[in-house]
Design a protein around this ligand. Sequence first.
Ligand SMILES: [Zn+2]
Length: 167
Amino acid sequence: MASIIFRFQVPIRGGPDMRPAYSGAYTNAAGQLLYRDGVVENWASQSGGRMDATFIDRKGNRIELPGVNISPLWTQHNAGFTMATGNIYLDPANGLVDVEHEYGHYLDQQANGTLYYIFKVMPLSFINATFHGDTHQFYWTEIAADRQAIQFFEPNSAIAKSSYYPH
Ligand SMILES: [Zn+2]
């Protein structure tokens, strides 16, 4: 469904406002961001505004992520978070299943509203992750994201088959 949009887009090597910070440590020669079990390409419309990301797994399968941009910066090891703007910050130690989980947060925000996301989900999720990091994946904000992601990526997806993320 996103393919028509993608035709009019150009790849950006690492993100519009963060280019200098994307050193070779995060990317391969093609400018793709390196993750545990695949790579990420970020795309932006030539007129600005809209952004999309694609995750490409080791078999070459392309998982399209309309509306978001993925950055490896500003996260603790293994961590990830999703802004209401669709900017996902995800440590390179993560993989497709975590990308799909973070995308679920974006879908949750799209479905339930920016105010709900900014004033309820983000602070409560942050507090829970800070003080109960070992059980954070069972917190309601996380399960809401997983449900959205499974609905979007369908039953054969990494998130649907995950034994780490409950659903
Ligand atoms: Zn989460």
